[in-house]
Design a protein. Structure first.
Length: 950
C-alpha cells in the first residue's frame, strides 16, 4: 500500500500545483512554469533550481513558496517543506494551498496532527474546485476517513483526469484494481437475520460444516498465506485481486480445502476469495482468519490500552469478513473498504499470537488474582491470568459477531509448543539452569530472563467452557514444527516413536498432544520445513530448520501431513504458500544490515525466508545452468585471447597442464547470489562422467572491500603471491566434497572463548569488539556457527551445543530435470564449456545488503554490527597441482604449492597485475518470476490421499 499511496499523492499534487500559475507575476512566471514542468516530470532538484531563481525575483509569492514546499516534500526534506508552507500561511492565513500542504506534510512525515475538521474546512472554502476535491479526498483517505473520502472520489468519476485518479483510489480502496468491475456504491445494507446462523462448528474430533439440516465432519487440509512478497514487508502486501486469484487457484490445485491468514490482508484478497469460490470450475476454499495481536513491549495484557486495541482488532476482523470493514491507513496494517461478504466461507477465528513464555510469565505475575472469567458465551472457571485474558477476548469475539450479525463460528487460541500443557523433563527451568551452571563453576554467562525456557508456563484450551448460547464451539490450534523446541529432539519417548516409515518424534508429539486434547478437535494450524541453504537448528533425523532440498521439503511435508491425520487431529495447515524475504532469523539477523532493506534481497542462509511452496527467482538465476547461452551477455572480468593456449608456469608435463590452464573468469549477480564462472582449457572428467580434480585445483581470492580487510599474501603458495589490497575470502576448489569458501580470521565476526570459573568449555559467539583490517598475513578458517545452544534437563543432564561449518560448498547438476538435481547446490561443472560455475549466497560473503552494496565492517557490541558501502568486489584466480593431503589454509606456509596459472597475470615481484573489480548497481525494487518448488507434487499427493482418522 505504501508505494501506491505515494504514487497517488504525486498525482494529486501534480494537478493542484497547476492551480497556482494564475497567482504568479509575469516577471517570474517563465521560471515558475519551467519549475512546474520539471516538478511534473519528477525532476524535483532541477525544479527547485528554477523556483529558487523565481523566488529571488518574487520573494513574497505564496505560489512559489508553496511549490517549493511540494518539491521539498517529495524529496522528503520535511523541515524545509514545513518552513515554506508555514511562511506562505503566515503571509496569507486564508491560503488553502498552504494549509493543504501542511496537512499533507503531517500525513507523509508522521509529524504533527492532521485534523479532519481542517480538511473539511479547506474543502468547504472551495466547494466547486475539482483540484481541492481530489486533494481533500486523498487527504481524508490518508487520515483514515475512508467512507467520506470514497464519497468525494465517487463525485469525481467521469471528470477527465480527476475521474481517472478518483477511480484509481477507489479501485485500490475496494480491491478492484485490474478487475474491470464497477465501483460499489458503498457497503451492502446490514441485514441481521432473525435466527442465529451457525454454518460451522467444532464438535467431537473435527470441525464440521452444515449440509442442509445435517452436519458433516470437515477435515482441514490447508495452506497458510503470508502478507508479503519479495521486495515488501508485511505492511505492504499485494493489492491486486488477480495475484490472489492465481495463488488460490494453485493452492486449490494442490488439493487443499482451506487457507489461513495470520493477519488481515487487503480488500483484494477477500474479493478474490469470493470470486474463486463463486466459480463452479474451481474447488472451494474455506478461510481460517487469525486476529493478530501485534508484538509489543507491554507484558501486562490487562492494561486498558492493550485490551482496547485487541477488541478493536477483533471487531475489525469480524466486520470485514461480513463485508462491513472500514480499515483506516495504519502503519504496518492493511487498509481499505471491505465490502465483500465472505462469512459463508469462514471456517473459524483464531485469537492471539505465539506468545513468548516470558510474556505469559510476566502477565501471570502481574495479575495473580485473575483466576477466572465468566462471559456471556465463553468462560473459564479456573486458569492462569493469560488464559483468563484470552478467554475474555474470545468471549468478546463471540458476543460481537452474535449481537451485530447473529452469526457464530468456531473459535480457538493461537498456541504453540513452548506453552503446551504437557510436561517435558528435558527442559530445565530458568532458575535450575542458573544453579546447574553455578555448580559447574561457570561464571560470566548470560542470565536468562524470568520465564525463559520451553516448559515454564502453559496456556491450556481445555479450561475453556462454552455457555449455552455459544453453539459454534471451540477447538485447540497449535503451531508444530519438527525441529523446535529442543524437547522434540531429546525426549526418549518421542525419539522412539515410529510411523510407517521409521522413527518420528513429530508424530510422537502429536499423539501425546492429542491425548491431552482427547475431548476436542486439535488443529495443527502451522507445520512446515524450509529449503534454505543455511541451517539454524538441527534435528536428529534430518528434519532440520533449513538445509533441505525442494524435493526433501515435499517428502517431509507429505509425511507430516499423514502424521497429523494418523494422530487423530482435525487437520493441518502447511506453512506457507510463498517465500517471504522480510522474515528474520536469530542466527542470520546480525549480518542483515540495514534491517529496513531486508525484503529487497534474498538471504539463502535464512530459513525463515524459505518456507514457501512457491518461490521467486530473477532472470539471472539462469546463470546457474548448463551451456554458454546464459553467460553470453556477461563480459568476462578476465579473459585470455581466444585460440591461444597460454603457457602455464611451471609446466609440469604430467598430462594435466590443460586442466590447470585458466581461460576466463566471469562474474554476475542478482538479488540472491554472486555468480562466478571459471573456464579452463580442459575440465577433467572421470570414466563415470563425474568431475575429477585429483590433478588440478583452483583458488579464487575474493575481496569484498579492497583496501579494508584481509590478508595480502596467499597462504601456502610459493613463491609468495600478493594482493596488496587484501582479500578476505578464499574459495578453494578441490573437487566434489572438497570445495570450501573460507574467511580470513581477522574478518570473521564469530569466535570461540573459554567460559570463566575454571570450566574447560568454550562458547561460540560474536567477537566484541572486532575491527577488521588489512594484514600482511592472516590465516583463513571455516565459517562455523552454533545452531543448537547448550541447555539442561531438570535432572542436570547437559545437552551440548551443536555447531556446523557453512564453508563447504555443495556440488550438484546444473539441469533441473536431472534426477540428481540438488536445489541447495552452490557449484557445479559444465563440461560443455569446460567451466566451473558457482552461486555464492550474498550472506556467505558477509554482504549485509547487496541492494545498497553494504558489507560487514566492524562489531561494536553484540547488538551493534556495522556495515559500510563497497565500491565493488575484487577477484583473482590461480590453479595449482593439489598435494597428497588437503591444504591447511590456516597455517603459513601450509604446503609449498606452486601456482601453475593465474587470472590476472602475476608480475615478477609476485603481485597480481591489473586486478579488476566486479561492480553492480543497487536497487530499490525487485523484478522476479514465481514457480512451484519441486516438492509440491509430493504434498499434492498427500493432500489428495489423506483423510481424518476414523
Amino acid at each position: 500500500m505504501k508505494v501506491n499511496r505515494i504514487w497517488m499523492t504525486v498525482g494529486v499534487i501534480l494537478i493542484a500545483s497547476a492551480f497556482y500559475e494564475a497567482r504568479v507575476k509575469p516577471q517570474s512566471r517563465p521560471l515558475y512554469e519551467r519549475g512546474l514542468a520539471l516538478y511534473n516530470q519528477g525532476n524535483y532538484q532541477e525544479s527547485q533550481m528554477e523556483l529558487e531563481r523565481a523566488y529571488q525575483i518574487e520573494p513574497n509569492s505564496t505560489a512559489i513558496m508553496v511549490l517549493i514546499g511540494w518539491n521539498h516534500l517529495k524529496m522528503r526534506q520535511f523541515d524545509a517543506a514545513r518552513e515554506n508552507f508555514s511562511r506562505a500561511a503566515r503571509i496569507d492565513p486564508e491560503l488553502v494551498e498552504a494549509k493543504l500542504g501542511l496537512a499533507y506534510l503531517a500525513l507523509e512525515s508522521g509529524q504533527g496532527r492532521v485534523r479532519l475538521e481542517e480538511i473539511r474546512s479547506l474543502l468547504s472554502q472551495e466547494p466547486g474546485n475539482k483540484d481541492f476535491q481530489l486533494a481533500a479526498a486523498t487527504a481524508l483517505r490518508q487520515a483514515g476517513a475512508n467512507r467520506e473520502s470514497a464519497e468525494i472520489f465517487r463525485r469525481l468519476l467521469g471528470r477527465g483526469k480527476y475521474g481517472e485518479l478518483a477511480r484509481k483510489n477507489l479501485e485500490e480502496m475496494y480491491g478492484l484494481e485490474k478487475l474491470g468491475e464497477e465501483i460499489p456504491p458503498g457497503f451492502p445494507p446490514l441485514e441481521r437475520p432473525s435466527q442465529l446462523q451457525v454454518n460451522f462448528r467444532a464438535a467431537g474430533q473435527y470441525l464440521q460444516r452444515r449440509r442442509g439440516s445435517a452436519w458433516e465432519d470437515f477435515y482441514v487440509k490447508g495452506v497458510n498465506i503470508g502478507p508479503a512478497t519479495p521486495g515488501n514487508f508485511a505492511s505492504d502486501p499485494p493489492v491486486l485481486a488477480e495475484d490472489y486469484l492465481l495463488w488460490l487457484d494453485r493452492i486449490a490445485a494442490l488439493g487443499a480445502n482451506t487457507v489461513r491468514l495470520y493477519t488481515i490482508l487487503p480488500p483484494a484478497f477477500y474479493r478474490a476469495l469470493r470470486l474463486h469460490n463463486e466459480n463452479p470450475q474451481r474447488a472451494r476454499l474455506y478461510l481460517l482468519q487469525e486476529v493478530w495481536l501485534a508484538d509489543s513491549e507491554e507484558t501486562n495484557l490487562f492494561l486498558p490500552a492493550v485490551e482496547v486495541v485487541t477488541r478493536q482488532e477483533i471487531a475489525r476482523v469480524i466486520d470485514l469478513l461480513h463485508g462491513q470493514g472500514d480499515l483506516p491507513l495504519r502503519k504496518g496494517h492493511a487498509s481499505g473498504l471491505y465490502s465483500v461478504d465472505v462469512s459463508d466461507y469462514v471456517l473459524g477465528l483464531l485469537i492471539g499470537r505465539e506468545f513468548d513464555p516470558p510474556v505469559v510469565w510476566k502477565n501471570n505475575e502481574a495479575n495473580p488474582n485473575k483466576k477466572s472469567y465468566g462471559g456471556s458465551y465463553i468462560s473459564i472457571p479456573e486458569g492462569n491470568a493469560t488464559e483468563v485474558w484470552l478467554a475474555s477476548m474470545m468471549d468478546y469475539a463471540a458476543s460481537y459477531e452474535t449481537l451485530k450479525y447473529n452469526q457464530q463460528r468456531p473459535l480457538a487460541i493461537v498456541n504453540w509448543l513452548p506453552l503446551d500443557p504437557l510436561s517435558h523433563p528435558t527442559e530445565a527451568g530458568t532458575l535450575q539452569v542458573i544453579r546447574i551452571r553455578e555448580r559447574m563453576g561457570e561464571t560470566g554467562f548470560a542470565t536468562p530472563s524470568p520465564g525463559e525456557g520451553d516448559d515454564q508456563v502453559s496456556v491450556d484450551d481445555k479450561r475453556l467452557r462454552a455457555g449455552s448460547g455459544f453453539l459454534a464451539g471451540f477447538f485447540a490450534s497449535y503451531h508444530v514444527y519438527p525441529y523446535y523446541p529442543n524437547f522434540l529432539l531429546r525426549e526418549p519417548a518421542l525419539l522412539q516413536e515410529r510411523d510407517s516409515i521409521g522413527p518420528n518424534s513429530f508424530f510422537g508429539y502429536l499423539k501425546a498432544l492429542k491425548e491431552h486434547y482427547s475431548d476436542m478437535p486439535l488443529l495443527i494450524s502451522e507445520y512446515g520445513i524450509p529449503t534454505s541453504i543455511g541451517v539454524s537448528h538441527f534435528h536428529p533425523y534430518g528434519w532440520n530448520h533449513g538445509g533441505l532440498t525442494e524435493r526433501q521439503q515435499g517428502e517431509i511435508l507429505a509425511r507430516m501431513t499423514q502424521n497429523i491425520a494418523d494422530a487423530g487431529c482435525a487437520g493441518g495447515i502447511v506453512f506457507e504458500w510463498q517465500d517471504e524475504w522480510f522474515k528474520t532469523n536469530w542466527l542470520t539477523a546480525p549480518l542483515e544490515i540495514p534491517l529496513d532493506r531486508r525484503p529487497l534481497w534474498h538471504n539463502a542462509l535464512n530459513p525463515e525466508e524459505n518456507f514457501g511452496l512457491w518461490t521467486y527467482e530473477s532472470a539471472q538465476s539462469r546463470l546457474f545452468s548448463p551451456g554458454r547461452a546464459a553467460w553470453e551477455k556477461v563480459k568476462p572480468l578476465y579473459e585470455k585471447s581466444s585460440g591461444v593456449s597460454a603457457p602455464v608456469l611451471p609446466v609440469l608435463n604430467d598430462g594435466a597442464d590443460p586442466q590447470r590452464t585458466l581461460r576466463s573468469l566471469s562474474v554476475s549477480s542478482d538479488e540472491a547470489f554472486l555468480y562466478l564462472r571459471l573456464e579452463v582449457q580442459s575440465l577433467p572428467r572421470g570414466r563415470d562422467g563425474t568431475l575429477q580434480l585429483n590433478r588440478a585445483n583452483y583458488m579464487v581470492g575474493i575481496s569484498t572491500r579492497p583496501g579494508y580487510f584481509g590478508s595480502r599474501i596467499l597462504p601456502g603458495i610459493v613463491p609468495h603471491l600478493r594482493y596488496p589490497e587484501g582479500f578476505n575470502f578464499l574459495l578453494h576448489v578441490g573437487g566434489v566434497g572438497k570445495t570450501k569458501l573460507l574467511v580470513d580470521s581477522n574478518y570473521n565476526p564469530y569466535g570461540l572463548w573459554p567460559v570463566g570459573g575454571g570450566s574447560n568449555r568454550v562458547e561460540l559467539g560474536i567477537r566484541v569488539p572486532s575491527k577488521p583490517a588489512v594484514e600482511e598475513w592472516s590465516p583463513f578458517e571455516e565459517m562455523v556457527v552454533e545452531t543448537n545452544s547448550l541447555w539442561f534437563g531438570r535432572d542436570g543432564t547437559a545437552f551440548p551445543p551443536q555447531r556446523y561449518s557453512r564453508s563447504p560448498l555443495r556440488y550438484g547438476p546444473l539441469d533441473p530435470n536431472d534426477p540428481q538435481y540438488d536445489s541447495l547446490a552452490t557449484w557445479s561443472a559444465d563440461f560443455q564449456s569446460n567451466s566451473l560455475i558457482f552461486r555464492l549466497p550474498w550472506a556467505l560473503l558477509f554482504v549485509t545488503d547487496p541492494s545498497s552494496r553494504q558489507v560487514y565492517a566492524e562489531t561494536v557490541s553484540p547488538l551493534q554490527l556495522h556495515s559500510m558501502t563497497t565500491t565493488g568486489i575484487a577477484l583473482f584466480a590461480i590453479s595449482f597441482a593439489p598435494p597428497a593431503s588437503e591444504p591447511d589454509w590456516g597455517r603459513f606456509p601450509s604446503l609449498p604449492l606452486a601456482a601453475t596459472d593465474s587470472l590476472p597475470a602475476i608480475g615478477a615481484d609476485g603481485t597480481f597485475a591489473g586486478t579488476r573489480m566486479y561492480t553492480w548497481t543497487g536497487w530499490d525494487t525487485v523484478k522476479l518470476s514465481g514457480r512451484l518448488k519441486a516438492g509440491a507434487a509430493a504434498l499434492q499427493k498427500s493432500f489428495r490421499d489423506v483423510r481424518g482418522k476414523r
